[in-house]
Design a binder for this molecule. Structure first.
Ligand SMILES: NC(=O)c1ccc[n+]([C@@H]2O[C@H](COP(=O)([O-])OP(=O)(O)OC[C@H]3O[C@@H](n4cnc5c(N)ncnc54)[C@H](OP(=O)(O)O)[C@@H]3O)[C@@H](O)[C@H]2O)c1
Length: 278
Protein backbone atom coordinates (compact mmCIF):
# COMPACT_ATOMS: atom_id res chain seq x y z
CA UNK A 1 0.00 0.00 0.00
CA UNK A 2 2.82 2.43 0.90
CA UNK A 3 5.77 0.86 -0.97
CA UNK A 4 8.64 3.32 -1.54
CA UNK A 5 6.99 5.91 0.73
CA UNK A 6 8.85 7.32 3.70
CA UNK A 7 6.90 8.07 6.87
CA UNK A 8 8.31 10.20 9.70
CA UNK A 9 6.53 9.45 12.97
CA UNK A 10 7.10 11.67 16.00
CA UNK A 11 6.21 10.23 19.40
CA UNK A 12 7.05 6.85 17.85
CA UNK A 13 8.16 5.35 21.16
CA UNK A 14 4.73 6.05 22.72
CA UNK A 15 1.60 3.95 23.06
CA UNK A 16 -0.26 5.07 19.96
CA UNK A 17 2.51 5.94 17.52
CA UNK A 18 4.58 2.82 18.16
CA UNK A 19 1.65 0.80 16.77
CA UNK A 20 1.19 3.25 13.89
CA UNK A 21 4.90 2.95 13.06
CA UNK A 22 4.73 -0.85 12.96
CA UNK A 23 1.60 -0.74 10.81
CA UNK A 24 3.08 1.68 8.28
CA UNK A 25 6.13 -0.55 8.04
CA UNK A 26 3.84 -3.55 7.40
CA UNK A 27 2.25 -1.52 4.60
CA UNK A 28 5.66 -1.19 2.91
CA UNK A 29 6.81 2.26 4.09
CA UNK A 30 10.28 3.21 5.28
CA UNK A 31 9.72 4.46 8.82
CA UNK A 32 11.60 7.15 10.75
CA UNK A 33 11.05 6.88 14.51
CA UNK A 34 11.35 10.18 16.41
CA UNK A 35 11.16 10.94 20.14
CA UNK A 36 13.49 12.19 22.87
CA UNK A 37 14.31 8.82 24.46
CA UNK A 38 16.42 6.56 22.24
CA UNK A 39 15.66 3.39 24.26
CA UNK A 40 11.92 3.70 23.61
CA UNK A 41 12.52 4.12 19.88
CA UNK A 42 15.03 1.25 19.79
CA UNK A 43 12.42 -1.12 21.26
CA UNK A 44 10.02 -0.32 18.42
CA UNK A 45 12.83 -0.44 15.82
CA UNK A 46 13.98 -3.86 17.07
CA UNK A 47 10.53 -5.32 16.40
CA UNK A 48 10.47 -3.82 12.92
CA UNK A 49 14.04 -4.87 12.11
CA UNK A 50 13.32 -8.45 13.11
CA UNK A 51 11.07 -8.43 10.08
CA UNK A 52 13.77 -6.80 7.94
CA UNK A 53 12.27 -3.35 7.64
CA UNK A 54 13.80 -0.05 6.62
CA UNK A 55 13.86 1.90 9.84
CA UNK A 56 15.74 4.94 11.06
CA UNK A 57 15.83 5.87 14.75
CA UNK A 58 16.43 9.57 15.36
CA UNK A 59 16.23 10.89 18.95
CA UNK A 60 15.14 14.51 18.78
CA UNK A 61 13.07 17.07 20.69
CA UNK A 62 10.42 18.27 18.24
CA UNK A 63 10.26 21.69 19.92
CA UNK A 64 13.91 22.30 19.05
CA UNK A 65 14.08 24.02 15.65
CA UNK A 66 17.71 23.11 14.96
CA UNK A 67 17.13 19.54 16.10
CA UNK A 68 14.18 19.16 13.72
CA UNK A 69 16.27 20.64 10.92
CA UNK A 70 18.97 18.02 11.58
CA UNK A 71 16.30 15.30 11.56
CA UNK A 72 15.03 16.47 8.16
CA UNK A 73 18.57 16.49 6.74
CA UNK A 74 19.13 12.93 7.94
CA UNK A 75 15.82 11.73 6.44
CA UNK A 76 16.79 13.32 3.14
CA UNK A 77 20.23 11.69 3.26
CA UNK A 78 18.98 8.21 4.16
CA UNK A 79 15.66 7.97 2.29
CA UNK A 80 15.77 10.90 -0.16
CA UNK A 81 12.90 12.76 1.54
CA UNK A 82 9.60 12.40 3.36
CA UNK A 83 6.11 11.57 2.00
CA UNK A 84 4.15 11.18 5.23
CA UNK A 85 4.48 12.99 8.55
CA UNK A 86 2.66 11.78 11.67
CA UNK A 87 2.86 14.47 14.36
CA UNK A 88 2.21 12.18 17.31
CA UNK A 89 4.62 13.68 19.89
CA UNK A 90 2.60 15.42 22.56
CA UNK A 91 1.40 15.26 26.10
CA UNK A 92 0.44 16.96 29.33
CA UNK A 93 2.31 17.81 32.54
CA UNK A 94 0.74 17.45 36.00
CA UNK A 95 2.63 20.54 37.21
CA UNK A 96 0.55 22.55 34.70
CA UNK A 97 -2.68 21.28 36.26
CA UNK A 98 -4.52 22.18 39.46
CA UNK A 99 -5.58 19.24 41.63
CA UNK A 100 -9.05 20.76 42.13
CA UNK A 101 -11.71 20.95 39.45
CA UNK A 102 -13.15 24.39 40.24
CA UNK A 103 -12.19 27.58 42.02
CA UNK A 104 -12.06 27.31 45.81
CA UNK A 105 -11.77 30.58 47.71
CA UNK A 106 -9.23 29.01 50.08
CA UNK A 107 -6.67 29.07 47.25
CA UNK A 108 -6.58 32.88 47.42
CA UNK A 109 -5.22 32.72 50.99
CA UNK A 110 -3.05 29.65 50.36
CA UNK A 111 -5.32 27.63 52.69
CA UNK A 112 -5.99 24.60 50.54
CA UNK A 113 -5.35 21.28 52.32
CA UNK A 114 -1.83 19.82 51.99
CA UNK A 115 -1.21 18.34 48.59
CA UNK A 116 -3.97 20.38 46.95
CA UNK A 117 -3.16 22.95 44.28
CA UNK A 118 -5.41 25.58 42.72
CA UNK A 119 -4.98 27.40 39.41
CA UNK A 120 -2.93 30.16 41.06
CA UNK A 121 -0.32 27.64 42.20
CA UNK A 122 0.36 25.84 38.95
CA UNK A 123 3.81 26.02 37.42
CA UNK A 124 3.58 28.45 34.50
CA UNK A 125 6.82 27.17 32.93
CA UNK A 126 5.25 23.71 32.82
CA UNK A 127 2.12 25.32 31.34
CA UNK A 128 4.21 26.90 28.55
CA UNK A 129 6.05 23.64 27.90
CA UNK A 130 2.72 21.85 27.30
CA UNK A 131 1.73 24.50 24.75
CA UNK A 132 5.16 24.21 23.16
CA UNK A 133 5.24 20.44 22.76
CA UNK A 134 1.68 20.11 21.45
CA UNK A 135 1.67 23.21 19.21
CA UNK A 136 5.26 24.03 18.15
CA UNK A 137 6.05 20.32 18.24
CA UNK A 138 3.54 20.02 15.38
CA UNK A 139 4.38 23.27 13.57
CA UNK A 140 8.18 22.81 13.34
CA UNK A 141 8.26 19.28 11.85
CA UNK A 142 5.49 20.24 9.41
CA UNK A 143 7.49 23.24 8.21
CA UNK A 144 10.64 21.19 7.66
CA UNK A 145 9.05 18.14 6.05
CA UNK A 146 6.62 20.11 3.86
CA UNK A 147 9.71 21.35 1.99
CA UNK A 148 10.66 17.76 1.15
CA UNK A 149 7.04 16.90 0.23
CA UNK A 150 7.04 19.83 -2.21
CA UNK A 151 10.16 18.39 -3.87
CA UNK A 152 8.43 14.99 -4.14
CA UNK A 153 5.25 16.43 -5.68
CA UNK A 154 3.06 16.13 -2.58
CA UNK A 155 2.54 14.39 0.73
CA UNK A 156 0.25 13.89 3.66
CA UNK A 157 0.43 15.06 7.29
CA UNK A 158 -1.58 13.61 10.19
CA UNK A 159 -1.76 15.62 13.40
CA UNK A 160 -2.99 14.54 16.82
CA UNK A 161 -5.94 16.37 18.37
CA UNK A 162 -8.02 15.09 21.32
CA UNK A 163 -11.51 15.09 22.84
CA UNK A 164 -10.19 18.19 24.64
CA UNK A 165 -10.06 19.97 21.26
CA UNK A 166 -13.86 20.19 21.26
CA UNK A 167 -14.72 20.64 24.93
CA UNK A 168 -12.08 20.81 27.67
CA UNK A 169 -11.90 18.23 30.42
CA UNK A 170 -11.51 19.63 33.93
CA UNK A 171 -7.97 20.61 35.10
CA UNK A 172 -6.42 20.25 31.60
CA UNK A 173 -6.14 23.96 30.67
CA UNK A 174 -2.86 23.96 28.75
CA UNK A 175 -3.38 20.54 27.18
CA UNK A 176 -6.95 21.33 26.13
CA UNK A 177 -6.15 24.71 24.59
CA UNK A 178 -3.16 23.29 22.73
CA UNK A 179 -5.24 20.44 21.30
CA UNK A 180 -7.96 22.94 20.28
CA UNK A 181 -5.17 24.79 18.45
CA UNK A 182 -4.33 21.60 16.54
CA UNK A 183 -7.82 21.47 14.99
CA UNK A 184 -7.47 25.10 13.90
CA UNK A 185 -3.89 24.67 12.67
CA UNK A 186 -4.92 21.57 10.69
CA UNK A 187 -7.49 23.69 8.87
CA UNK A 188 -5.16 26.58 8.11
CA UNK A 189 -2.19 24.40 7.09
CA UNK A 190 -4.59 22.23 5.04
CA UNK A 191 -5.66 25.31 3.08
CA UNK A 192 -2.14 26.75 2.84
CA UNK A 193 -0.47 23.63 1.50
CA UNK A 194 -3.26 22.55 -0.89
CA UNK A 195 -1.53 24.11 -3.95
CA UNK A 196 1.54 21.98 -3.14
CA UNK A 197 -0.58 18.79 -3.12
CA UNK A 198 0.15 18.34 0.59
CA UNK A 199 -2.88 17.29 2.62
CA UNK A 200 -2.99 18.10 6.33
CA UNK A 201 -5.52 16.27 8.50
CA UNK A 202 -5.80 15.15 12.12
CA UNK A 203 -7.18 12.36 14.25
CA UNK A 204 -8.83 13.10 17.59
CA UNK A 205 -8.43 9.96 19.70
CA UNK A 206 -10.96 9.35 22.43
CA UNK A 207 -9.82 7.78 25.69
CA UNK A 208 -7.18 5.23 24.75
CA UNK A 209 -5.65 2.65 27.06
CA UNK A 210 -2.06 3.30 28.12
CA UNK A 211 -0.05 2.83 31.33
CA UNK A 212 -1.10 6.30 32.61
CA UNK A 213 -4.78 5.77 31.85
CA UNK A 214 -4.77 2.53 33.85
CA UNK A 215 -3.84 4.61 36.91
CA UNK A 216 -6.15 7.58 36.55
CA UNK A 217 -9.11 5.97 34.74
CA UNK A 218 -8.77 2.29 35.72
CA UNK A 219 -9.90 -0.47 33.35
CA UNK A 220 -13.33 -1.78 32.36
CA UNK A 221 -12.20 -5.31 33.31
CA UNK A 222 -10.57 -4.63 36.70
CA UNK A 223 -12.53 -1.61 37.92
CA UNK A 224 -12.82 2.06 37.04
CA UNK A 225 -11.91 5.19 39.00
CA UNK A 226 -14.63 7.85 39.44
CA UNK A 227 -13.21 9.70 36.41
CA UNK A 228 -13.06 6.44 34.44
CA UNK A 229 -16.73 5.75 35.25
CA UNK A 230 -17.67 9.18 33.88
CA UNK A 231 -15.76 8.54 30.66
CA UNK A 232 -17.33 5.12 30.07
CA UNK A 233 -20.85 6.33 30.91
CA UNK A 234 -20.29 9.03 28.29
CA UNK A 235 -18.96 6.61 25.64
CA UNK A 236 -21.73 4.83 23.72
CA UNK A 237 -19.39 1.92 22.86
CA UNK A 238 -18.72 1.44 26.61
CA UNK A 239 -14.98 0.84 26.38
CA UNK A 240 -11.66 2.66 26.10
CA UNK A 241 -9.91 2.72 22.74
CA UNK A 242 -6.83 0.72 21.80
CA UNK A 243 -3.97 1.96 19.61
CA UNK A 244 -5.21 -0.51 16.96
CA UNK A 245 -8.49 1.42 16.73
CA UNK A 246 -6.60 4.32 15.11
CA UNK A 247 -4.81 2.40 12.39
CA UNK A 248 -7.55 2.32 9.75
CA UNK A 249 -8.22 6.03 10.07
CA UNK A 250 -4.55 7.03 9.91
CA UNK A 251 -3.90 4.82 6.86
CA UNK A 252 -6.98 6.21 5.11
CA UNK A 253 -5.90 9.81 5.76
CA UNK A 254 -2.42 9.05 4.38
CA UNK A 255 -3.68 7.16 1.34
CA UNK A 256 -4.99 8.24 -2.05
CA UNK A 257 -8.41 7.11 -0.79
CA UNK A 258 -8.47 10.48 0.99
CA UNK A 259 -7.08 12.39 -2.02
CA UNK A 260 -9.81 15.07 -1.77
CA UNK A 261 -9.72 15.33 2.05
CA UNK A 262 -7.75 18.06 3.75
CA UNK A 263 -8.07 20.25 6.84
CA UNK A 264 -10.33 17.83 8.73
CA UNK A 265 -10.03 16.28 12.18
CA UNK A 266 -11.56 12.82 12.51
CA UNK A 267 -12.71 11.72 15.98
CA UNK A 268 -11.90 8.08 16.78
CA UNK A 269 -13.70 7.97 20.09
CA UNK A 270 -16.32 5.21 20.41
CA UNK A 271 -18.97 7.91 20.05
CA UNK A 272 -17.83 10.09 22.98
CA UNK A 273 -18.58 13.29 21.06
CA UNK A 274 -22.08 12.22 20.13
CA UNK A 275 -23.48 12.64 23.65
CA UNK A 276 -24.18 15.80 25.61
CA UNK A 277 -23.77 13.87 28.84
CA UNK A 278 -27.43 14.11 29.95
N1 LIG B 1 -3.67 8.20 24.79
C1 LIG B 1 -4.78 8.92 24.68
O1 LIG B 1 -5.82 8.61 25.25
C2 LIG B 1 -4.79 10.14 23.80
C3 LIG B 1 -6.00 10.79 23.59
C4 LIG B 1 -6.03 11.90 22.77
C5 LIG B 1 -4.88 12.37 22.20
N2 LIG B 1 -3.71 11.75 22.42
C6 LIG B 1 -2.51 12.28 21.76
O2 LIG B 1 -1.97 11.27 20.97
C7 LIG B 1 -0.55 11.44 20.89
C8 LIG B 1 0.13 10.15 21.32
O3 LIG B 1 -0.35 9.82 22.63
P1 LIG B 1 0.13 8.52 23.44
O4 LIG B 1 -0.97 8.10 24.30
O5 LIG B 1 0.75 7.54 22.54
O6 LIG B 1 1.21 9.21 24.38
P2 LIG B 1 2.60 8.65 24.91
O7 LIG B 1 2.55 7.17 25.09
O8 LIG B 1 2.96 9.49 26.09
O9 LIG B 1 3.58 8.97 23.72
C9 LIG B 1 3.95 10.28 23.39
C10 LIG B 1 5.37 10.25 22.91
O10 LIG B 1 5.77 11.58 22.55
C11 LIG B 1 7.13 11.73 22.85
N3 LIG B 1 7.41 13.14 23.12
C12 LIG B 1 6.89 13.92 24.09
N4 LIG B 1 7.43 15.15 24.05
C13 LIG B 1 8.31 15.16 23.00
C14 LIG B 1 9.17 16.12 22.44
N5 LIG B 1 9.26 17.36 22.94
N6 LIG B 1 9.93 15.77 21.38
C15 LIG B 1 9.85 14.52 20.85
N7 LIG B 1 9.04 13.56 21.34
C16 LIG B 1 8.30 13.87 22.41
C17 LIG B 1 7.36 10.88 24.12
O11 LIG B 1 8.63 10.28 24.13
P3 LIG B 1 9.87 10.98 24.89
O12 LIG B 1 9.38 11.39 26.23
O13 LIG B 1 10.91 9.93 24.88
O14 LIG B 1 10.23 12.14 24.02
C18 LIG B 1 6.32 9.76 23.97
O15 LIG B 1 6.89 8.55 23.55
C19 LIG B 1 -0.22 12.64 21.77
O16 LIG B 1 -0.16 13.80 20.98
C20 LIG B 1 -1.41 12.71 22.70
O17 LIG B 1 -1.60 14.00 23.22
C21 LIG B 1 -3.63 10.64 23.22
Amino acid sequence: MFNKKTAVITGAGGTLCSEISKELYKCGANVVLVGRTKEKLDRVADEIKREGGNVLVYPCDVTDKEGVKGLAEEVKRVFGGCDFLINGAGGNNVKAMPTITEFDEREIKGDLPDGQRGLFDIDTDAFKSVLDINIMGTVLPTMEFAKQMVERGGGSVVNFASMNSYCPLTRCFAYAMSKAAIVNLTQSFGAYFAPANIRVNAVAPGFMVNERSKTYLGTVEDGLTERGKKVISHTPMKRFGEASDLLGCVKWLLSDGAAFVTGVTVPVDGGFLTLGGV
